[in-house]
Design a protein around this ligand. Structure first.
Ligand code: PLP
Length: 388
């Protein structure tokens, strides 16, 4: 099956759902057993089956199997949010004293999680520029246990070389986790490039309609088992069946939506680069962008997010205030075009040193390019850029 067919049909279904074409939403938090033997075996996870909502649910399992199928992984586990998936991935792969190598520039809450673990739990965290492959590999070689990547990154769309970094991680015996939220499996499949774990905020493109918060982790059966124990059993960050169903529905149109997101973002990036100068526009599909050749090698499309430098904080605020079509809201990956001044919002929680390290300038705007007609998007963006 080709990828777009896979998104529509998903993997083979194992449950008897009366041949329902759309996966039913199972709201039951408990599941009864046919016999004492079966009950004990299922409850002790010796046999597959459901017994308690926090630890498994048929609707949620359907989502897990679907995303594992699309990412080409053995198994997956769904969470209440992307941060649930990230926390489970991190906490199930490190222990006291371990060294973590993570990108200097990425989603601010992931940065803060690593800072928190470094400060309170004796983890050694090195933030390094992941676009500089040699330098990153050198830091990994000093004994990393966990290597993190987010490519393309939030908000600067930085590209890291997954294959080269996976090889280096494995040489040292480290696990490589890649946050694939911005690319989605439509554009990039990190496991096929050697990564061990793939993370998603399904709140973004997988859900796709700005109406669900969820997360996913895809990996080997063994890694997923560890992440389930930490993330579901201990942290309790389980995905609700209603949320899982919304993501399942979103995924059916993932290929169609991503095609349009890619096309619109590429065109908007091109027009903005012509209008403002390429140095002010951040999009991996621009030939002028750092590591464009690596992006071309590991991605089949460059995604729906771009950033631009409006100059300063006041200019960024004026741009957002002038937008009529582009919606001023946090988050990304919905069908509607979304805009936000990054330094003042999602990345405002970083201290000044972390902001500097991440290269977040005061006037940075992130645009999640929707699936509207590109001419309408351009008209709004162009008008909002006047007299900044
Ligand atoms: N990963 C990336 C790249 C993100 O941009 C975000 C949120 O913006 C997350 C993870 C966290 O996802 P969630 O908000 O679903 O917890």
């Amino acid at each position: 099956m080709k990828f777009d067919t896979k998104t529509v049909h998903g993997p083979e279904r194992t449950h008897d759902n009366h041949n329902a074409v759309s996966t039913p939403i199972y709201t039951s938090t408990i599941f009864s057993f046919d016999s004492i033997e079966k009950g004990i075996a299922i409850h002790n996870e010796i046999e597959p089956g459901f017994y308690y909502g926090r630890l498994g649910n048929p609707t949620v399992e359907d989502l897990e199997k679907t995303i594992a199928f699309l990412e080409g992984g053995e198994a997956a586990v769904a969470f209440a949010s992307g941060m649930g998936a990230i926390s489970a991935a991190v906490l199930s792969n490190i222990s006291k004293g371990d060294r973590v190598v993570a990108p200097a520039s990425m989603y601010s809450t992931t940065v803060r999680l690593f800072e928190f673990l470094a400060k309170n739990f004796g983890i050694e965290v090195v933030f390094s520029d992941s676009t500089k492959t040699e330098q990153y590999i050198e830091e990994i070689g000093k004994g990393a246990r966990l290597v993190w990547l987010e490519t393309p990154s939030n908000p600067l769309l930085e590209i890291s070389d997954i294959q080269a970094i996976a090889n280096a991680a494995h040489k040292t015996g480290a696990v490589l986790a890649v946050d694939n939220t911005f690319a989605t499996p439509f554009n990039q499949r990190p496991l096929s490039l050697g990564a061990d774990i793939v993370i998603h905020s399904a709140t973004k493109f997988l859900g796709g309609h700005s109406d669900v918060t969820a997360g996913l982790l895809v990996s080997s059966r063994n890694n997923v088992k560890k992440a389930r124990e930490v993330g579901l059993k201990f942290l309790g960050a389980s995905a609700a069946p209603q949320a899982a169903w919304l993501v399942l529905r979103g995924v059916k149109t993932l290929a169609l939506r991503m095609e349009r997101h890619n096309e619109n973002a590429q065109e908007l990036a091109k027009r903005l680069a012509e209008h403002l100068g390429a140095e002010k526009v951040f999009y991996p599909g621009l030939v002028s962008s750092i590591n464009h050749e690596i992006a071309k090698k590991q991605m089949s499309g460059f995604g729906g997010i771009l950033s631009l430098d409006a100059g300063d904080e006041e200019a960024a605020k004026r741009f957002v205030s002038k937008c009529r079509l582009c919606t001023f809201a946090t988050s990304l990956g919905g069908v509607e075009t979304l805009v936000q001044p990054v330094a003042l919002m999602t990345h405002a929680t970083l201290d000044s040193e972390a902001k500097k390290r991440a290269g977040i300038k005061e006037g940075l705007l992130r645009i999640s390019v929707g699936i509207e007609n590109i001419e309408d998007i351009w008209e709004d963006v162009y008008n909002s850029l006047q007299n900044l």
